[in-house]
Design a protein around this ligand. Structure first.
Ligand SMILES: *[C@@H]1O[C@H](CO)[C@@H](O)[C@H](O)[C@H]1NC(C)=O
Ligand SMILES: *[C@@H]1O[C@H](CO)[C@@H](O)[C@H](O)[C@H]1NC(C)=O
Ligand SMILES: *[C@@H]1O[C@H](CO)[C@@H](O)[C@H](O)[C@H]1NC(C)=O
Ligand SMILES: *[C@@H]1O[C@H](CO)[C@@H](O)[C@H](O)[C@H]1NC(C)=O
Ligand SMILES: *[C@@H]1O[C@H](CO)[C@@H](O)[C@H](O)[C@H]1NC(C)=O
Length: 606
């Protein structure tokens, strides 16, 4: 008797919570509800291997298994009401988290985990195409797993077995929704990306939209809704061109865009019947879009209404929006995926701890320079402590890094093997120029940070913002304006009716402002201030404390910014070329030096 009761309890308890076992529990917070329509969408983008969720952040702690359950529970509910639910992913599924990057070959576990989620329309990002290996994986694993839903309007690939150039996947997809009979024409684009390996061909969007197949597809009259998904910002020239092309031949048919790439939450109104949703990054956000008032096979044209919401990816939100609770939400299938993620993390030893951070270090959430800025930490502690090539001894040196080399914040607590890939997933190492006169070399950093126009005039591909983190593109130039807007924002929130009353303080988080207002986030948060950071940072390492004015120094920089460094020095009257550059600490990368510094300096904090 006792044992049966105990067993039932144990089963209930073990079913009562999924997410990763060591993930932070979600916090209760006031939520704004979803508004369902005839056709409803869930959208992910730029997940970058974060399929285990964010273990240290309660707001984003649900994993891919939970997302599978969320989609299934929501689909059951909506289909029960005669509505449709469609799932979208707009690429950059790879690179940026240990779950993908730590295996050999990379992605050993993530492809099988990802494909457990049903998708209705899916496309490639730019990150799938940097390396031959990853685009081959797209072609050989992901595209076949989504044979009915992978769409590739402007990417071709060299088939690795036949050597033939073929479309990565079908150019478009036309289908009719299950419940409402809405006829959808779908496209899947990549922005005009050109740093792919030579086994793929990305056709420029302005070319693709002139092609016969596209011109025919957009003239199809038996279409109730165009769905254009793409790995591109919703406010991009590429989406503008596609919008104009469709509107020029169908003045009235609704168009829904889904985009990404900038890692921001955003919603753009193209016209009365066309909207575009961008759903953030790193499994923080599940974008929700619904459309009502569409015509369909069996009903006449009406006036469509559009609704968007950005869902914080945690179980508290997911239970709420699907009308479930801890005992009804999870399925054996979802828990199985959660378990597969846990096992992969264990096999990759992602929780191996190098040391412990004693405070949070932020990319954009702290001013630069400051005690909590990750860039001040690199400049003042990490580089001086570890950037040292034995062949160059104690020569004075300038160590320059672009801020885009850092991808994510460091949280107070364990710094693990996983953290190294999260904070810096890039594989580029350090290069250097020797014996550069300090008098000129010292002018390089200011030039990299404020000489934007001269670089771009000389070579349009050397836009200086490319050296800073992509997320920064969403932060207005003038931070003061941003802070004012945010306090106005908080004030508005207090006047907005919400689904639950709140007497506890709001949790800081996303407070998005987009084309339809400031009520898009599902969770009512207090605002976080974001600060812009420079393109590059620098440490001056001068072991002998000599007067550098008439000295020469080594200029050490990360590989990625070499074209800017050489051009910058040219403007300063120093004529160096790629041949003058050598590797510095050839066995290390930014990722390994951070891990080593943490082991040497933070091990005792744990
Ligand atoms: C590329 O893929 C092959 C075959 O899957 C694998 O053996 C190799 O290690 C991969 N290379 C990298 C750099 O991941
Ligand atoms: C791609 O580049 C590699 C090395 O640079 C070369 O060997 C190969 O033939 C090129 N492939 C194509 C399809 O151009
Ligand atoms: C969960 O929901 C079910 C069905 O509505 C209900 O019977 C059950 O008591 C709820 N469980 C909890 C823990 O709230
Ligand atoms: C659980 O996952 C394993 C492989 O990881 C698979 O063989 C099995 O069918 C899955 N079970 C369920 C219920 O999905
Ligand atoms: C750099 O490395 C050399 C040799 O390992 C060592 O003698 C020197 O003290 C180091 N300098 C710094 C500043 O760490």
């Amino acid at each position: 008797m006792f044992s049966t009761t105990w067993l039932a309890f144990a089963l209930l308890a073990s079913q009562g919570f999924a997410a990763q076992p060591n993930a932070a529990e979600p916090l209760e917070a006031p939520l704004r509800d979803l508004k369902f329509g005839q056709v409803n969408f869930l959208h992910t983008t730029d997940t970058h291997g974060w399929h285990a969720g964010h273990l240290l952040e309660p707001s984003f702690s649900a994993d891919w298994g939970d997302y599978v359950d969320f989609a299934d529970r929501l689909r059951e509910k909506l289909e029960g009401e005669g509505r449709d639910l469609l799932l979208i992913d707009t690429g950059d599924r790879v690179e940026g988290n240990g779950l993908y990057d730590a295996s050999d070959p990379k992605g050993l576990f993530t492809f099988d985990i990802f494909r457990e989620q049903h998708m209705d329309i899916i496309c490639s990002g730019n990150h799938e195409l940097y390396k031959k290996n990853s685009s081959d994986n797209e072609y050989l694993i992901t595209a076949p797993a989504y044979a009915d839903s992978y769409v590739s309007s402007n990417i071709d690939i060299v088939d690795p077995t036949t050597g033939e150039v073929v479309p990565l996947a079908p150019r478009y997809k036309k289908f009719t929704t299950k419940k409402q009979g809405v006829r959808i024409m779908a496209f899947g684009f990549l922005y005009n990306f050109n740093r792919n390996d030579n086994n793929t061909i990305v056709q420029r969007v302005e070319q693709t939209i002139k092609e016969e197949w596209f011109q025919q597809a957009i003239r199809d009259r038996e279409v109730d809704l165009f769905v254009v998904i793409g790995h591109a910002a919703v406010r991009s020239e590429e989406f503008d061109m596609i919008f104009r092309a469709i509107r020029s031949v169908q003045w009235d048919t609704p168009i829904q865009f889904f985009g990404g790439h900038y890692h921001i939450r955003d919603y753009r109104k193209f016209d009365r019947k066309s909207y575009g949703l961008a759903s953030g990054r790193f499994m923080e956000t599940i974008g929700f879009q619904s459309i009502d008032g569409l015509s369909s096979k069996s009903s006449a044209k009406a006036s469509p209404t559009f609704f968007r919401r950005y869902i914080d990816n945690n179980l508290y939100s997911l239970y709420h929006h699907s009308d479930q609770n801890a005992s009804t939400f999870h399925s054996a299938r979802g828990q199985n995926i959660t378990k597969a993620i846990e096992e992969a993390r264990n096999a990759l030893d992602l929780d191996e701890t190098f040391g412990c951070a004693q405070r949070d270090l932020w990319m954009n959430r702290a001013k630069y320079p400051s005690k909590n800025s990750i860039f001040s930490w690199l400049e003042e502690q990490v580089f001086p402590g570890i950037v040292n090539d034995t062949h160059r001894g104690d020569r004075p040196r300038l160590v320059i890094s672009n801020t885009g080399a850092i991808r994510f914040d460091i949280f107070k607590g364990p710094f693990t093997k996983d953290s190294t890939f999260i904070v810096c997933p890039f594989t580029s190492g350090f290069h250097y120029l020797k014996d550069v006169p300090y008098n000129q070399a010292k002018k390089l950093l200011p030039l990299l940070n404020s000489g934007g126009e001269i670089f771009e005039t000389f070579d349009p591909s050397l836009a200086v913002w490319k050296m800073s983190p992509p997320d920064q593109l969403g932060i207005p130039e003038d931070i003061v304006v941003l802070e004012e807007r945010m306090s106005e924002h908080l004030f508005n929130h207090e006047q907005t009716p919400i689904s639950e009353s709140t007497d506890r303080p709001l949790i800081p988080g996303y407070t998005t402002v987009d084309d339809t207002g400031d009520d898009g986030d599902d969770t009512v948060h207090s605002p976080i201030s974001f600060y812009r950071v420079p393109n590059c940072i620098q440490s001056v390492i001068n072991p002998g404390n000599v007067d550098l004015e008439d000295e020469v120094v080594d200029v050490v920089f990360n590989e990625f910014i070499q074209p800017w460094v050489l051009l910058g020095l040219k403007f300063l009257g120093l004529d160096y070329s790629d041949e003058d550059v050598d590797k510095y600490m050839p066995d290390d990368t930014m990722t390994t030096i951070i891990a080593k510094w943490v082991s040497m300096n933070w091990a005792d904090n744990c």
